[in-house]
Structures are given as C-alpha cells and as structure tokens.
Write a new protein. Structure first.
Length: 94
C-alpha cells in the first residue's frame, strides 16, 4: 500500500478553510471546512488523481520519505486505495 505525505495549513486570520496538499503527488490539492473535512477531501482528491494516472497509463509518483513543508501546520501520511478496475484501461467493444 502506498502512503503519501499531506501538508495541512490551518486557517489564519479571516481564512476559514483548511488547505491540504499531497507533497509527493504533484497537483493534488484540496480544502475543507475543518481538519476532518480536509482529510476526507484530500483522500478523495488523491484517489481520483491516482485513478486518472492509471487510466492514462501513467505511473504513480513514488512517495518520498523526505517530503516535508516547513510552512505546514502538520504533515500526515494518508494511504492510497485505488479501485482494481482503474489499474487496467477498458477496451472499447466493437
């Protein structure tokens, strides 16, 4: 099972959203109304992006133990679960 590092940025000032970014999977960013919501939203975004990569025949980025963000309020590992069907592109039926 792959686990990716997620940086969470908690609300500051008038900003009311928790921003989440997967540090070792470029382009996977989301937000939530609180930390629990941001965790759920980023897990969903990661799953969707991974499925897109697999459908396109692209390899998934390798998680990096060195992934960090010094400006994040916290960094957590989240597991990636991808549906088995996403691993093989479907063939068009004649």
């Amino acid at each position: 099972m792959l686990e990716y590092h997620v940086a969470f940025h908690l609300p500051q000032g008038e900003d009311r959203m928790v921003v989440a970014e997967v540090l070792d999977f470029p382009g996977v960013v989301s937000q939530g109304s609180d930390l629990a919501d941001a965790r759920a939203m980023i897990a969903s975004a990661l799953e969707e992006m991974a499925e897109f990569y697999l459908e396109e025949g692209r390899p998934l980025p390798t998680p990096s133990a060195a992934a960090t963000d010094p400006e994040a309020d916290c960094v957590e590992l989240i597991p990636l679960s991808v549906a088995a069907g996403a691993m093989r592109p479907t063939q068009a039926q004649p």
